[in-house]
Design a protein. Structure first.
Length: 66
């Protein structure tokens, strides 16, 4: 085996290990950025004042004791 084949196999070995590693890192960064964006959107959203919610803590009024 000559030196060019050895260099080719070394390059192939680096690609087998390096490409999945880089793809995993990019995937993790995208996932983290999505979670940060969701958290920011949740903090910026107005509170849920739907008519189904009491709008006050349970037990605050005398009518809750019935």
């Amino acid at each position: 085996m000559n030196a060019s084949n050895a260099n080719l196999f070394a390059l192939l070995d680096m690609a087998i290990v390096g490409v999945p590693t880089v793809l995993f890192i990019v995937w993790q960064l995208v996932s983290i950025n999505r979670e940060i964006a969701k958290d920011k959107a949740k903090q910026a959203a107005p509170p849920d004042d739907s008519p189904e919610s009491a709008g006050h803590p349970v037990g605050e009024h005398r009518l809750d004791d019935r």
